[in-house]
Design a binder for this molecule. Structure first.
Ligand SMILES: Cc1cc2nc3c(=O)[nH]c(=O)nc-3n(C[C@H](O)[C@H](O)[C@H](O)COP(=O)(O)OP(=O)(O)OC[C@H]3O[C@@H](n4cnc5c(N)ncnc54)[C@H](O)[C@@H]3O)c2cc1C
Length: 463
């Protein structure tokens, strides 16, 4: 950030914002400069802003705009693509103090929340009213609604209920010049003008800072019934996933491979079949007799695909325990070394081929990979375990990651199903969308942030 009057900038921030909102202590500021991604070295940001109000966000952004200082919006820092990794001389604006559920409208099935509300806390708040906010990332206890909006987060229920974008009705956004706009609506339908709300969802902090979100809610569904099926090959598990998806309407359809099953069981002793090549977990939440029928159909599909063991339960607590195994997949692999989580998504019919391709690329590059994910969406998280202290291991992890992304594209898929591009996958985005569409991204960015101060270098950008 050459040529910027750092002292003048800091003074103006301090003059315009309350003392406890501006943090300049480098140790504290540095602690907010990274997220959960691997491979990336953050820079040294100049300041951390922890606003309590939209006005404070707007003030901070307008001071940054005046001095040409880069702004890195940040939620809970659970992102795995480097979207919240801060560069030298930037300012991190962390939204986690804006954490109030402002309204739960039971009649119109919506809630209005500040961006720092944790996903799990929103679910808890609306559950008290018999309502439900479906998008449920496996990280729901540690990620914010603002971060979910900015990454268009997915999760375990998305196979039936869709991703964050489908639940965002309206947004309040602070733009790159510090002005504040209201986008969207409170109605179920609405097509007035361009869908700018949808444009901001998934924009990874590059177009504006989300300071309020109006989300759609649904009634709580009936308790889910759960299928567990083990397989002696990933290909058979992939076939079961295709069959379950085409014969039934699962509310969850997840996969864990052998490495992941063993990592979870070694850690939590859950009595999983550690000799199996894959575990498929599926649920139906239609309830009553229809739920039992769905479960039978799922079990039949798993057996037809060659499952070595199939069990079903209508006990919600047992179902929740099985889901817990799935939610522990990433932290369990992370205990084996340092884990970096991929996020490939392929057409449903290509899940079996994708898992074979992942295994093949892991073998070719000599890396340990555990694959799990929302397989009912075709969304797989091949997670490479490596040793960050060994350059050869880091090189192999990078090469395997690239090769797996390439394989997903060859299968007609995408390099990210739900985590976003951030800093990590910029090259992959270029490969996926091509130069003309990349240029279109640039033109949208230039229109909304001509000075390029919002989260520069993320997604597609010029650093
Ligand atoms: C164990 C684990 C499991 C995970 N499972 C899932 C999963 O199942 N599904 C899934 O989708 N993701 C998953 N993730 C990834 C992560 O939790 C999500 O990407 C989440 O949406 C990030 O939210 P956050 O609050 O932590 O955002 P951050 O990590 O703080 O930020 C993420 C991005 O959003 C931007 N941002 C944050 N807040 C705002 C705001 N208010 N306005 C504008 N931009 C903003 C940041 O600049 C950054 O680009 C997982 C991560 C971990 C570690």
């Amino acid at each position: 950030m050459d040529g910027i009057d750092r002292a003048g900038f800091r003074k103006l921030l301090a003059d315009r914002l309350p003392d406890d909102v501006v943090e300049l202590d480098p140790d504290i500021v540095d602690a907010y400069s990274r997220d959960e991604s691997e491979f990336l070295e953050p820079g040294r940001p100049w300041a951390l802003i922890r606003p309590r109000t939209t006005q404070e966000v707007a003030t901070a952004v307008s001071v940054c705009a005046e001095f040409g200082v880069h702004v890195v919006p940040r939620g809970a820092g659970s992102g795995v693509a480097g979207g919240a990794v801060a560069g030298d001389g930037s300012v991190v604006i962390c939204l986690m103090r804006m954490n109030r559920v402002l309204e739960i409208d039971t009649r119109n099935l919506l809630a209005v929340v500040e961006p720092g509300v944790l996903n799990a806390d929103l679910c808890e708040a609306v559950r008290a009213h018999g309502l439900w906010y479906p998008p449920d990332p496996a990280s729901r206890e540690i990620c914010s609604i603002g971060g979910n909006v900015a990454t268009n987060a997915g999760g375990l229920c998305c196979v039936k209920y869709g991703v964050t974008r489908e639940y965002v009705l309206g947004l309040e956004v602070v733009l790159a010049d510090g002005s504040v706009v209201e986008l969207g609506r409170r109605t179920v339908k609405g097509v007035a003008g361009y869908d700018l709300t949808a444009l901001f969802v998934g924009s990874e902090g590059t177009l504006g800072i989300v300071t309020r979100v109006t989300v759609r809610l649904r009634p709580q569904p009936p308790a889910a019934v759960t299928l567990t099926a083990f397989f002696d090959s990933l290909r058979a598990a992939g076939e079961a996933i295709s069959a379950i998806s085409t014969r039934t309407t699962p509310s969850m359809l997840e996969l864990m491979d052998r490495t992941t099953i063993r990592a979870v069981d070694d850690w939590k002793r859950m009595d999983l079949d550690t000799g199996a090549a894959a575990l498929v977990l599926a649920q139906s939440d239609v309830g009553g007799e229809s739920g039992a029928v769905q479960l039978d159909l799922m079990a039949g599909a798993a057996r037809d695909a060659g499952a070595t063991y199939v069990a079903t339960t209508d006990d919600p607590d047992e179902g929740e325990q099985l889901l817990a195994a799935r939610r522990l997949a990433y932290p369990s692999l992370d205990r084996l070394g340092t884990a970096t989580m991929g996020d490939l998504c392929v057409p449903l019919g290509a899940v079996a081929e994708a898992v074979s391709a992942i295994e093949d690329r892991a073998r070719r590059h000599g890396v340990v990979v555990g694959t799990f994910g929302h397989a009912g969406d075709g969304n797989l998280h091949p997670t490479i375990v490596f040793d960050p202290g060994a350059p050869e291991s880091v090189r192999a992890a990078h090469a395997a990651y690239d090769a797996m992304s390439e394989a997903a594209l060859e299968l007609g898929g995408t390099v990210t199903g739900e985590h976003g591009i951030g800093l990590l996958k910029r090259g992959h985005l270029a490969r996926e969308v091509g130069a003309d569409v990349l240029d279109l991204h640039s033109r949208v960015k230039d229109a909304l942030d001509p000075a390029g101060i919002l989260n520069p270098g993320k997604v597609f950008g010029r650093p």
